[in-house]
Design a protein around this ligand. Structure first.
Ligand code: E8X
Length: 597
């Protein structure tokens, strides 16, 4: 799926701004065709709605809400095809133009678009209504718990007096099976963009290779008709390097795309036919997992970084390019080189920035929370088809970014309680993911701390990705015991002959809390915790990277373990460094990006 662009054949109109909004929590009988004249709030787009108002319902409520806005398109757009594109509506959407339902979309973290050429008349005002549903349950990704009778009295919770078990307190709330606030709404940009009416370029796929000192770019362009597509490749300065009309371009003495701002060389590939034009940044690079190494341009990479979140005060999960720029700068400041888009694909602009700045991305689907207590999640959750959809849509969106170097199909599923079923589920998705990516990037999922000898699927992934919390969730506060346990486990992985990376390890840390003898929640404990893990990794050649948890503190649901959110950040939510940020900066600046192991 191509990102909208303005050029000689196409144009983009932003629909971001103030929209009319209301929660549909009072049986309000809405007709999407009517512009609301009363009883609405003005709400900012893009942003989550939850923290924009003081009403507690905005944070607690589970259900539908309505966004509405009217537009008139200029008559000069008459000659073109019109597409309405939502970059992300969380968690699902029904879209109306005037009173006609024009599309529905499930899933909150990937774009969708609708051809509205025949639905609107240029020069005539029309209304777009979006009914957004924030609910998560056993059919959504991320997964939520279906509301059970008596759930609020925690029938499975030992703290509940037996006489209260099974009592009901009915209210609609979300019960996320994941540790980030269920921020909802029009979280990313809304646009109308245009293409020519016929002959438009529908899709482009690019694959690059290196042959000696030269680069080879293969491009596959899909058009509305079968006209030849011409390609022009330009270098950074805008000079033409090569042209082609046969899907293949040879680049003599190619400049490669690699890690770091100075090394992230991008060419511009301009594709055109007699009606349309599209230009794409292309980084020439190869990726391969060979033995126990992860090779970028045939050099072994050592991953330094973290899992992140799209999360900030007031905007919630709302797209904010300023945060992206700030975070990329902090990544460089730390001497880090990579992150995982835990736990959903991020806004496209961030990938574009990482292409330019040479930051590696492990791109993750929203498949988090695939666990069902005692039950078999692969039976009780109805997610398989949707999981395939999000993999397909994520690859369709992100396949051309040089910064995307691995696909993560999901985070911390239960793989130990029903090992066979887990194997069948994840391994068939692994084959499916590989089959969709012409670049054939490595594929993995991220494995929860578990009884690792029972899990039979993590060890079959291209890279084994482990989330580990020795010294935090278990062996709490005892780093010596934690290191003993971690090393026992790493002995096991050493025998699997696979590249392994740590995709989470961390300690909640209250910024400003200090201790001479490091104790949990202090800044000193976090720093020592992370450095102790680092020492263990340095002794093992098969550990190809460390992505600690998390880049910054972030919002979560309320709970006895969360004081104003998850505090495992190297930075606070406002991006102020904790002591550990300085410690990791020192460590990472002394570890080269390639050829470390
Ligand atoms: C945590 C992280 C959470 O924020 C992330 O989304 C997924 C969790 C740890 C699971 N991984 O709680 O900070 C720990 C399993 C316990 C052994």
């Amino acid at each position: 799926m191509l990102y909208p662009q303005t050029n000689s054949c196409r144009s983009v109109f932003s629909l971001d701004g103030l929209w009319k909004f209301r929660l549909i929590n009072d049986g309000f009988n809405y007709n999407p065709g009517d512009i609301l004249t009363s009883d609405f709030e003005w709400i900012a787009v893009p942003a989550s709605y939850n923290d924009q108002k003081e009403d507690k319902a905005y944070r607690r409520f589970a259900g539908e809400s309505l966004y509405q806005r009217s537009f008139t398109l200029p008559k000069i757009m008459e000659a073109q095809r019109l597409l309405l594109r939502f970059d992300a509506v969380t968690n699902s959407a029904r879209v109306y133009i005037n009173s006609e339902l024009i599309t529905t979309h499930k899933g909150g973290y990937l774009p969708f678009e609708i051809d509205i050429t025949k639905k609107v008349s240029v020069g005539v005002e029309f209304t777009i209504s979006v009914v957004v549903d924030n609910r998560v349950n056993s059919t959504t990704l991320p997964v939520g718990n279906d509301k059970l009778k008596g759930a609020f009295f925690g029938s499975d919770n030992a703290q509940v007096p037996s006489v209260q078990k099974g009592k009901e307190y009915q209210a609609d709330i979300n019960l996320p099976n994941f540790d980030f606030f269920n921020y909802a709404g029009l979280n990313r940009s809304v646009r109308i963009y245009t293409t020519p009416k016929t002959g438009y370029i529908k899709d482009i796929t690019v694959v690059t290779d290196i042959v000696g000192r030269d680069g080879v770019i293969s491009y596959y362009a899909l058009c509305d008709n079968d006209e030849t597509v011409f390609a022009t490749l330009k270098d950074k300065r805008g000079s033409v390097v090569a042209t082609s009309d046969n899907g293949s371009i040879m680049v003599k003495d190619a400049k490669l795309w690699s890690i770091g701002k100075e090394n992230a060389y991008l060419y511009t590939l301009e594709l055109s036919n007699t009606s349309d034009f599209y230009s794409l940044s292309v980084g020439i690079r190869t990726i391969e997992v060979r033995g126990k190494q992860f090779l970028l341009n045939n050099q072994p990479v050592y991953f330094k970084g973290f899992g992140k979140h799209e999360d900030s005060h007031i905007k919630g999960r709302g797209f904010d390019l300023t945060y992206d720029v700030k975070d990329a700068g902090l990544i460089h400041w730390l001497g880090a080189n990579s992150f995982r888009t835990s736990h959903y694909p991020y806004a496209e602009e961030m990938y574009d920035l990482c292409d330019r700045e040479g930051i590696l991305i492990i791109d993750e689907t929203p498949a988090v929370g695939i666990a069902a207590g005692q039950a078999n999640p692969y039976e009780v959750l109805d997610i398989r088809a949707h999981h395939e959809d999000v993999i397909k849509d994520m690859i369709a969106r992100d396949k051309n970014h040089p910064c995307v170097i691995m696909w993560s199909m999901g985070n911390e599923p239960d793989t130990e309680s029903y090992p066979r079923e887990a194997y069948e589920y994840w391994h068939s998705l692994y084959d499916y993911t590989h089959s969709l990516d012409r670049q054939n990037r490595p594929v993995t999922f991220v494995c929860s701390q578990n009884d690792y000898t029972r899990d039979i699927v993590a060890r079959t992934m291209d890279v084994v990705c482990l989330n580990r919390y020795y010294g935090w969730y278990n062996l709490s506060g005892d780093l010596d015991a934690a290191m003993y346990a971690l090393n026992l486990e790493l002995d096991f992985w050493e025998q699997q002959n696979k590249p392994v990376m740590l995709t989470e390890y961390g300690a909640d840390t209250v910024s400003g809390m200090h201790a001479t003898v490091p104790e949990m929640f202090s800044e000193e404990y976090q720093a020592q915790f992370l450095l102790a893990y680092g020492e263990a990794f340095d002794k093992r050649d098969f550990i190809i990277g460390e992505q600690m948890w998390n880049f910054a503190d972030f919002g979560t649901i309320q709970g006895p373990m969360r004081a104003g959110g998850n505090k495992k950040g190297l930075f606070t939510r406002e991006r102020k460094p904790k002591l550990a940020a300085h410690a990791m900066r020192h460590r990472w600046n002394n570890i080269p990006d390639v050829d470390y192991k």
